[in-house]
Design a protein around this ligand. Structure first.
Ligand SMILES: Nc1ncnc2c1ncn2[C@@H]1O[C@H](COP(=O)(O)OP(=O)(O)O)[C@@H](O)[C@H]1O
Ligand SMILES: [Mg+2]
Length: 256
């Protein structure tokens, strides 16, 4: 199993943010997670990463049980990207250097990389169809290209699980499509397992096999994408009547 949460609850600053979450991510599955602002999506990801503690229930990630394994060690096998990471990196470095820094888990490249590291970083960029960006300075890339470089940076250490927290926030629709094409490439394979948090149903590409809907810290519904992404279920989730229009196997939400 990639992730197993059983009745997992989480308190942050004395407030219960996640309530009795049951969630299983099996090998070969890619999950999208949706929920209104403040529903606990980021907290759920932080829980999986071990950045916030589990208050009750149980959690296993990549087969390791929370409380019985060193999560700092586990984190080396997890990739994590969010839009806030983007602004922390150095504009003057090349895309290749940014990707290489992922091998050392540093912001900025301090260690001298070996030839095989450079080859690995180049391959990570190529796997997202952006090998040509390698020599370009990070500061000169488009937002969508920057996000793809961040994925490559996360991929270079071969994680088994890649978590993306609203990676398209702030991207214009063209940059977003550019970025999503990278996610599509990545999702064609079984590894890494992808967890993708978004507010927008149309970002849930066909490579996402499953969807989790979080509402006020609880699971509203979770399961195969086709069964969760229905007008009826989403209307119940949002508490208002919504419709879905399917185009290219992506669902566009409309308020009725
Ligand atoms: N460090 C924190 N201190 C206090 N409250 C927090 C903290 N982190 C999250 N919360 C609260 O937990 C709830 C869920 O937050 P979050 O997981 O960031 O939601 P989402 O990512 O779905 O928007 C929110 O009500 C938020 O105010
Ligand atoms: Mg969030």
């Amino acid at each position: 199993m990639i992730i197993e949460l059983e009745s997992a609850s989480c308190f942050v600053e004395d407030r219960q943010v996640l309530r009795a979450i049951d969630w299983t991510v099996r090998p070969g599955e890619h999950w999208a997670v949706m929920g209104r602002n403040g529903s606990g999506k980021t907290t759920l990801l932080n829980l999986v990463n071990g950045y916030v503690p589990l208050s009750s229930g149980s959690m296993r990630v990549l087969g390791r049980r929370y409380g019985a394994y060193d999560w700092r060690r586990l984190r080396k096998r997890l990739g994590f990207i969010s839009s806030s990471l983007q602004s922390k990196l150095y504009d003057g470095e090349t895309a290749l250097e940014i990707v290489l820094s992922g091998l050392f888990s540093t912001i900025g490249l301090y260690d001298s990389p070996q030839k095989k590291d450079i080859a690995r970083a180049g391959k990570a960029l190529e796997s997202l169809n952006c090998g040509q960006l390698a020599p370009q300075r990070y500061g000169t890339l488009s937002q969508g290209e920057k996000q793809k470089v961040l994925i490559a940076r996360a991929l270079v250490s071969a994680p088994r699980l890649l978590i993306m927290d609203e990676p398209c926030s702030g991207l214009d629709i063209f940059s977003r499509e550019d970025f999503l094409s990278g996610v599509h490439e990545l999702g064609k394979g079984p590894s890494p397992a992808l967890i993708y948090v978004t507010h927008h149903t149309e970002e849930i590409l066909p490579v996402f096999t499953h969807v989790l809907l979080l509402k006020a810290g609880e699971v509203h519904s979770a399961g195969a994408a086709a069964s969760v992404l229905t007008a009826k279920n989403l209307s119940s989730f949002f508490g208002m009547r919504v419709g879905l229009r399917w185009r290219n196997n992506r669902a566009w939400l409309e308020i009725k």
